[in-house]
Structure formats: structure tokens, C-alpha cells
Ligand binder design. Structure first.
Ligand code: ATP
Ligand code: MG
Length: 392
């Protein structure tokens, strides 16, 4: 039986005059995501995208899985394609939905008749097809208010489509519709989740990672690249910047008061990240911080980090518990990589008693024990860029 895929968009449908721009971007992202899994024709009509396979080869289960990671799609369903002949539609519907209908208790039929030349009107289609279904599945009852299964028949220009099962899409807005931001990515659980959350709101994410060899290993860096690869399913291609940070960390250790190590390090990370973000046309920074998780994530410590930031810093996990973050990390399949036990530069030279409530003034004084200007410049110059592409 011939099938196609229908995608409904959620929020984009409300976009008024800008709707076309959002739709175009969504189409582009969908086509990019489905590259390599088959040939399709695409149509869009009334907030729905119709994806019709052009060959027998495309595995629609694979296509569905890929589409589930595309932001901007509210729901996805597979539908059977029929000639616009009512007897064919009835017979085909029974065959196509036999598993779904034999497990259900209640159902209703809804009809959408875009082709006004079709000889039956919608209420007639519903009652006739409903009757045929009841005959075949006498245990079923019609429930128009709260049915377990809604059988939808769409009569379109060239064909009729029938579907009953809707899968939830990724929601959100198409990636790229909200500009670009620079994610500070560690190898931990949180920052990849932060990337997912921002991409969901249409942000195109670039990523920056600080390494301190020999204190951090090549494997730790590869782990972060692997996380980025996973993220491309949701975020599209990611520009990955890797910053050599050893010299700066050693200078902090050798010159600044120990209880301020972490907070100074974080301020310097932010300064470097902003410079790279500027060059990469990013309008904001993103971190995986959540209030109170560690000493550098108290409100006072966050104020000290933000004091060096001229661009907005987004912390999409700020009010989330670790368990909630982990749930998303599992869903987006980054969790198993994140828990691999390689060291991060944040854990190099960590003080025994970090200041949990630093004031901006005392932090600045502590940082002023050393002039980091030249080292920041060098780190920016030596930053390496690698584009991590969305694989088919
Ligand atoms: P995560 O699970 O993301 O590692 P965490 O709870 O371990 O978070 P921290 O190590 O304090 O928290 O880091 C807080 C945030 O700082 C991270 O979410 C990330 O945005 C950023 N960060 C930490 N280490 C690095 C690094 N090596 N390079 C870039 N950003 C980093
Ligand atoms: Mg970390």
C-alpha cells in the first residue's frame, strides 16, 4: 500500500506575515535531515507538509525517526494514499487500519474535503465510512467527543489520504529562525541539553570548548566532539571552537587567591567566548548552568561571571533539577557519552573551599593580581575551528 507522511506545524502557523520565511526554513531543514534516506516530493498546504516517497526504497520508519528531531514540527503521521474512489477508500481503510482498530474501543471518522468536486460531502463520508468500519469491527463504538482513534480522511486534488495515528513532533521553531548563539560546552550532562533547549527555540548553535592539555586529555576533547555530533540531529551542523586554556589556568593558579580560582576561570572563559562569538556572528552565549548546582552557580557567582559579559547569557537549565536534565539528556541520546569519565578543565586546580558568595568587587581584586589581556589574545588566536556536519 502506498504511503506518505504528513507533518503539521505548530507555532509557525501563528506567525502571520512572517509565516512564509519560517515555512521555507523548515522545509530546508527537513530536506537536509532527509538527505540520503530516499527521494521525496514535498508539498505544503494549510499548515501541513506532505512528503511523498518517490521510490520503493525509502524506509518510512527511518524517515519518521529523523523527522522527530526537526524543530518546528508539531506532529507527524503516516497516511495511506488512495484513488479518489469511495469504495476503494473504504476497503483500503479497513486493510490499512486493521491493527489499530482491532485494539481500540472507541473511534470517530473525520473528513476534510479540499476537493469540492468530490461527489460526497464531509458528513456523508464520515457516516458511510463509519458504518463500514462498524460492520467490520462490531466491538467498536463511535465516540465523537473523546475517541481513542480518530480516522481522518482527506480528499485532496490528486488523491485521498487516510490516517489515524499521530506521533508528536519535536515542537519549537525551525533552527536558524532565531539567529545564532555560542554554547559553552563541557563534556558534562548539562551543556548538551542546553544546546537542545536553545535549538528548540530556533537558535542556530555554535559551540566553544576549553581544553587544558596535559591536564585534560585528547580523549576528553573527542568526547565533546562526539556530543556535538549527536547534537547535529537537532541543531544541524555545528561550528566547534576549541580554545587552548592551559596557560591561563596556570597563571590563575600561580597568581590569584585560591578560593577565587573557579570564578576567575569562568570569567575568563566568558571573555574569550564573547570574542569568538562576535567573530562567528553569535548574538548570545549559552551555558548549562542551573542555580545552586555547584559553587560557581550561586546567584552571587553568576553575577560575577555576568559582570564581564556584554552580550546576553542564556542559561536554559537555570530552574531545572538534575533529574529533569538527565531525562532530556537520555531522550536526545547524549547521556551515555556525557557520563564517560574524562576530566574537564573545570576540574583542574579546583580549590578545596571555593568562594560560594563572592562579590564582584572582591572577585575583580583577586583577578587583578595578574594581567590576562595578552593571554586572552593568544588563546583567541590559537583557537581551532572544526565544523561538525550533520551526517545523513
Ligand atoms: P556540565 O554538565 O555541562 O559539565 P556542570 O554541572 O559540570 O555542567 P560546570 O562544570 O560548573 O557545571 O560548568 C557549568 C557550565 O560551564 C557548563 O554547563 C558549560 O556551559 C560551561 N563549561 C564548563 N566547562 C567547560 C569547558 N571546558 N569548555 C566550555 N564550557 C565549559
Ligand atoms: Mg562540567
Amino acid at each position: 500500500m502506498k504511503e506518505l507522511i504528513l507533518l503539521k506545524y505548530g507555532e509557525i502557523a501563528l506567525k502571520g506575515l512572517n509565516k512564509n520565511t519560517f515555512e521555507d526554513l523548515l522545509m530546508k531543514n527537513i530536506k537536509r535531515r532527509l538527505k540520503g534516506v530516499g527521494k521525496f516530493t514535498y508539498n505544503r498546504l494549510q499548515s501541513t507538509i506532505y512528503i511523498m516517497p518517490q521510490d520503493e526504497e525509502s524506509d518510512l520508519d527511518v524517515v519518521m525517526e529523523k523527522l522527530k528531531t526537526v524543530f518546528g514540527i508539531a506532529s507527524i503521521c503516516r497516511a495511506a494514499v488512495f484513488e479518489k474512489d469511495f469504495a476503494d477508500i473504504c476497503e483500503g481503510t479497513i486493510e490499512y487500519l486493521k491493527d489499530t482498530l482491532s485494539f481500540a474501543k472507541t473511534f470517530k471518522v473525520q473528513a476534510k474535503r479540499a476537493d469540492k468536486a468530490f461527489p460526497m460531502k464531509s458528513p456523508e463520508i464520515c457516516s458511510e465510512l463509519g458504518g463500514v468500519i462498524l460492520e467490520k469491527f462490531p466491538e467498536l463504538r463511535v465516540d465523537v467527543k473523546n475517541p481513542e482513534v480518530t480516522v481522518t480522511v482527506e480528499i485532496r486534488d490528486t488523491n485521498a489520504y487516510v490516517h489515524a495515528v499521530q506521533t508528536q513532533g519535536a515542537g519549537g521553531l525551525p533552527v536558524g529562525s532565531s539567529g545564532k548563539a555560542m554554547l559553552l560546552i563541557s563534556g558534562g550532562i548539562d551543556s548538551p541539553v542546553a544546546a537542545y533547549m536553545m535549538a528548540k527555540r530556533g537558535i542556530h548553535v555554535s559551540a566553544i570548548h576549553f581544553v587544558s592539555p596535559p591536564y585534560t586529555s585528547e580523549r576528553a576533547r573527542m568526547k565533546v566532539e562526539q556530543l556535538c555530533e549527536k547534537l547535529t540531529a537537532y541543531c544541524g551542523s555545528i561550528a566547534f571552537f576549541c580554545v587552548p586554556f592551559t596557560e591561563i589556568q596556570e597563571a590563575i593558579k600561580d597568581n590569584c587567591p585560591q578560593e577565587f580560582f573557579t570564578i576567575i576561570m569562568r570569567r575568563l572563559m566568558m571573555e574569550i567566548a564573547q570574542k569568538i562569538a562576535d567573530r562567528d556572528d553569535c548574538l548570545a552565549l549559552v551555558t548549562g548552568e542551573s542555580v545552586g548546582q555547584v559553587a560557581s552557580q550561586t546567584l552571587k557567582a553568576i553575577a560575577c561571571t555576568d559582570a564581564v559579559c556584554a552580550m546576553p547569557v542564556f542559561r536554559p537549565l537555570i530552574g531545572m533539577d538534575k533529574t529533569e536534565i538527565i531525562e532530556i539528556a537520555r531522550k536526545i541520546d547524549t547521556f551515555d557519552i556525557s557520563i564517560l569519565p574524562y576530566e574537564d578543565c573545570c576540574t583542574v586546580f579546583t580549590p578545596k573551599h571555593p568562594k560560594t558568595k563572592p562579590s564582584i568587587e572582591e572577585t575583580e581584586n583577586a583577578q587583578n593580581h595578574f594581567d590576562f589581556t595578552e593571554m586572552i589574545k593568544t588563546a583567541v588566536e590559537k583557537t581551532e575551528l572544526k565544523v561538525i556536519k550533520l551526517e545523513a
